[in-house]
Design a binder for this molecule. Structure first.
Ligand code: SF4
Ligand SMILES: [Zn+2]
Ligand SMILES: [Zn+2]
Length: 340
């Protein structure tokens, strides 16, 4: 039996007389399709309520990539809060042809289906360079770092920038249990408790410094269950090959290690999350007290001097012919495409 997979011969659903279709070894739970959906939605509603992720009246920006995590986040938040809150999707095109352009089409389709407006921005206009160009630069000089370290910095920067510009009070992302537990372990192995202290269902940011708090409604939901739910609900989402540049991600080692452990010892991911939740009050003070200043180049909030995005761009400029014009263009205000 596998996690959250359709299984034959698993017996009856725990809650009715129908055949079990989904088996969750960590419970263990066995559910027919309709009881799996009810179980899945109930857990996310509980996360949103217990962690006070959304207050009535807040405008919520939702990062939508077109993948299953953000599709499920958008679909569920829309169902839960669209009567009490304004929601708007934010899509970011990193410039990875054959991958992101295809997935964003799925994101647009879901937005249209739910009648949710979206704003689309791209790295080429906003940062002056695409991920494909960055990958070429890294191939020429691997010491620059990994593709994902550039991409993650730029994406966080743009998500925040757009959310701030559209007046959102929170940014919801599709981070699931697997993502969160990988991050906990990566920071633990890196001996980076400061970074670890900032993990959790809510990333509290300094609103007055233009940093929009981030929320993760799926952070207690295993990835395999998100896949099963998106398929059962037939949500438009991209489910083909993952990003062609992801092979460089350090996260891959942790994903594999944790998946192996979960297969052998069901419930491991939940136990790591629970341990982190118990530790968090003790390590939280480490994540506070960072003096916020403003980037001397672009004006975004930073920990001093240039912000992460400007530092990354600077490191590329020696390799990539990054013209002064592109640099100047990047400082212009966010050029977004708004769609209803
Ligand atoms: S896998 Fe890495 S390069 Fe690809 S979209 Fe994600 S962060 Fe960007
Ligand atoms: Zn049932
Ligand atoms: Zn900057």
């Amino acid at each position: 039996m596998e996690n959250a997979n359709d299984v034959n011969g698993a017996g009856k659903c725990d809650l009715c007389t129908d055949d079990a279709k989904i088996v969750l070894p960590y419970g263990p739970h066995k559910y027919c399709h309709s009881h799996f959906i009810a179980f899945f939605e109930k857990r996310i509603r509980r996360t949103v309520r217990q962690q006070s992720l959304v207050k009535p009246g807040e405008k919520i920006a939702i990062g939508v990539s077109g993948g299953k995590d953000s599709a499920v986040t958008l679909h569920l938040l829309h169902g839960m809060i669209s009567k009490t809150n304004e929601i708007e999707a934010v899509m970011i095109d990193e410039g990875i042809p054959g991958y992101r352009d295809v997935s964003l089409e799925m994101g647009k389709e879901l937005c249209k289906m739910l009648d949710v407006p979206y704003t689309l921005v791209n790295y080429r206009k906003e940062v002056g360079i695409t991920m494909t160009q960055i990958k070429d630069a890294i191939d020429m000089q691997p010491a620059l770092g990994t593709t994902c370290s550039f991409c993650g910095t730029f994406r966080r920067h743009l998500l925040n920038k757009v959310a701030f510009e559209i007046g959102a009070q929170k940014i919801a992302t599709g981070h699931n249990l697997d993502d969160e537990v990988q991050s906990i372990c990566m920071n633990f192995f890196d001996n980076d408790l400061k970074k670890m202290a900032r993990l959790g269902a809510v990333v509290r940011n300094k609103v007055d410094a233009g940093l929009v708090p981030r929320i993760k409604p799926l952070y207690e939901t295993p990835e395999k269950e998100v896949i099963a739910y998106a398929a059962l609900k037939e949500l438009p989402h991209y489910s083909d090959e993952c990003c062609p540049f992801s092979y460089q991600a350090k996260r891959n080692y942790f994903r594999e290690m944790l998946n192996n452990m979960e297969n052998e010892l069901p419930g491991t991911k939940f136990k790591i999350l629970r341990t982190f939740q118990q530790m968090k009050p003790f390590i939280e003070p480490l994540g506070r007290g960072v003096e916020i200043s403003y980037c001397t180049r672009c004006g975004a909030a930073s920990n001093g001097g240039s912000c992460g995005t400007c530092r990354k761009i600077e490191s590329l400029s020696a390799i990539h012919r990054f013209s002064a014009k592109q640099e100047k263009g990047r400082k212009l205000s966010c050029t977004t495409t708004k769609n209803m």
